[in-house]
Design a protein around this ligand. Structure first.
Ligand SMILES: [Zn+2]
Ligand SMILES: [Zn+2]
Length: 438
C-alpha cells in the first residue's frame, strides 16, 4: 500500500518529514514508475517526435488533439474533444476521492525552428493572414508526452489511488486565451470542478531537476496595440505633414520612463515594444504607424501604473505632434500564476524525497506569462512546477565555451527528450499519487 504524507484534498497538511514506512512507499512508487517508463518510453519518445515534427498553432491543434485523444481512449479515459475550440478533456474515474486536474498545452509558436535536429519542424501555417513557419519552441510537445506518460503510469497503478483524474489538453496557451476558452465552454460545469490541479513547464535548466515555488510564479501579461495617426505626404515636405513615424519613435523611447521613473524601483515591471509598422517607401511620409508590445508585472498596482503610463505617453506624444488622438488598445493577457502554499509544500516534500538535491526551490518568479492562472483564479488550488530540459553534460560544455544554451521561444531551443520526459512523468505521477492516495 502506498501511504504518502497527506490525506484527501482539503485535509490538514502534514509537513513533517516522512517516516521510514512512507519513504519506502514512495521509493516503491518511484520504482514502479521507472519500470513502466523503461517499458513504455520508446513509444512516448515516438509520440514526442511526431508532435514536434507536426506542430500546430493555437486553436488549430486538431491533429495534435486527435493524437492525444487516441492515446487517452486507449488507456480507458472518457474523452471529449472540441472543448473551448480544440481542447481535450479526458476523465478517469477510480472510486471515491478528490478530482485532480492535470493540464498540458497543445499549441506551438509561429516561428522557424533552427535546431537542425533530424526531427526539426518544417511546418507552415497561417498566422495573422500570412503563411508562417511553426515550431514547438516552448516545449509543449515535452509536456504532452509527459502528460500521456503520467496517465499511463497512473492507470497502471490504479490500485494505489482513489478519485477522478481530469486530464486536459488546453489549446492556445501562447496567446494566453485557451484556458479562458475552455472555462467559457463550461469545462467545470460539464466535467466537474477539480479539487486540486497540476501543470508543468520545461525550461533551459538541467534535465532531471524539478523546481517549484509557492506564491507568484509568472507575470501578469498585457498587450499594447497603438495606432498613431498622422497626415501623409512627400518625404521632402515634412512641414505639410504630420509624421506618425516620429510619434511611434518618440512613444517607444518615452514610454521607458514609465518603467524607470514612475514604477516603484523595487518592483518587477517591463514594457517592451516588439513591433513598429509604418510606411512603404523612404520618400513617403505615411498616414499611420502601428506600435505593438507587451507589458509584464507581478503586482496588480504596478500593472495599473504601467498601463496608465502607456495611455498617457501615447496621448501626449500625439498631442506634441498636433496629431489626432491615437487608438490605444491594451488587452489583458495572462494573469500571474499563484501557486497554492499548501499544495506546493505537500508536493515539495515528495519531490525532495524522490529527487534529492535535484528538487530545487525556484529563486524567483519568471517574467514569462502563463494562462494556467485562469484555472487557479477559477478556484483550483494548484502547483505549477518546472522541469529542466537540457542534458547537464551539454550545459557544462556550453559553459566551458562561455555560452549558454537557448531558452524557450528561441529558434535553437532543443530540450533533450529522454530525461526531460521521464522526469516530467515521474514528478507529475508522484504529485498526483500524493494527493489521491487513500
Ligand atoms: Zn511559450
Ligand atoms: Zn510554454
Amino acid at each position: 500500500m502506498l501511504k504518502f504524507l497527506a490525506g484527501v484534498a482539503g485535509a490538514a497538511i502534514c509537513l513533517a518529514a516522512a517516516g521510514a514506512g512512507q519513504a519506502a512507499d514512495l521509493a516503491a512508487a518511484k520504482a514502479a514508475i521507472d519500470a513502466g517508463l523503461d517499458r513504455g518510453y520508446p513509444k512516448l519518445e515516438a509520440l514526442y517526435k511526431d508532435l514536434h515534427q507536426n506542430p500546430e498553432l493555437g486553436f488549430q491543434e486538431k491533429a495534435t488533439a486527435a493524437k492525444l485523444a487516441r492515446e487517452m481512449r486507449a488507456l480507458g479515459f472518457e474523452v471529449t474533444e472540441g472543448v473551448g475550440g480544440t481542447g481535450v478533456v479526458a476523465i478517469y474515474r477510480n472510486g471515491k476521492g478528490p478530482t485532480v486536474l492535470v493540464r498540458t498545452e497543445l499549441d506551438a509558436l509561429p516561428m522557424e525552428e533552427k535546431t537542425g535536429l533530424p526531427y526539426a519542424s518544417k511546418a507552415v501555417a497561417t498566422w495573422n493572414g500570412k503563411p508562417s513557419p511553426v515550431a514547438h519552441s516552448c516545449g509543449h510537445d515535452i509536456h504532452m508526452a509527459a502528460w500521456v506518460g503520467t496517465a499511463q503510469a497512473l492507470v497502471a497503478m490504479k490500485d494505489k489511488w482513489r478519485g477522478t483524474l481530469m486530464f486536459i489538453g488546453q489549446p492556445s496557451e501562447e496567446t494566453v486565451s485557451g484556458a479562458r476558452a475552455m472555462l467559457a465552454d463550461r469545462l467545470f460545469e460539464r466535467f466537474g470542478k477539480p479539487d486540486l490541479g497540476f501543470a508543468l513547464h520545461v525550461g533551459p535548466g538541467p534535465a532531471g531537476t524539478v523546481s517549484y515555488k509557492p506564491g507568484v510564479n509568472s507575470s501578469n501579461s498585457d498587450s499594447l496595440d497603438i495606432t498613431f495617426h498622422g497626415k501623409g505626404g512627400h518625404g521632402s515636405t515634412p512641414h505639410v505633414t504630420i509624421d506618425p513615424v516620429i510619434e511611434a519613435a518618440r512613444f517607444t523611447m518615452d514610454v521607458q520612463t514609465v518603467v524607470s521613473r514612475e514604477k516603484d524601483a523595487t518592483q518587477f515591471g517591463v514594457i517592451t515594444v516588439g513591433s513598429i509598422q509604418s510606411g512603404s517607401a523612404g520618400n513617403i511620409i505615411p498616414d499611420t504607424a502601428i506600435v505593438r508590445g507587451t507589458v509584464r508585472s507581478f503586482d496588480a498596482g504596478v500593472r495599473e501604473v504601467l498601463l496608465n503610463g502607456i495611455r498617457r505617453t501615447a496621448t501626449a506624444v500625439a498631442a506634441m505632434s498636433g496629431a489626432p488622438a491615437p487608438d490605444i488598445q491594451l488587452v489583458s493577457g495572462g494573469r500571474a500564476v499563484m501557486n497554492d502554499a499548501a499544495v506546493t509544500a505537500r508536493t515539495a516534500t515528495v519531490f525532495k524525497q524522490a529527487f534529492g538535491d535535484k528538487a530545487l526551490l525556484s529563486p524567483g518568479p519568471g517574467s514569462a506569462s502563463e494562462d494556467y492562472s485562469e484555472f487557479i483564479i477559477a478556484g483550483v488550488p494548484s502547483l505549477f512546477f518546472g522541469i529542466g530540459g537540457y542534458d547537464p553534460k551539454d550545459m557544462a560544455a556550453a559553459r566551458a565555451k562561455g555560452e549558454t544554451l537557448a531558452a524557450n521561444h528561441n529558434p535553437y531551443f532543443a530540450p533533450t527528450p529522454g530525461l526531460s520526459i521521464r522526469t516530467g512523468v515521474t514528478a507529475m505521477t508522484l504529485a498526483v499519487l500524493n494527493v489521491m492516495a487513500p
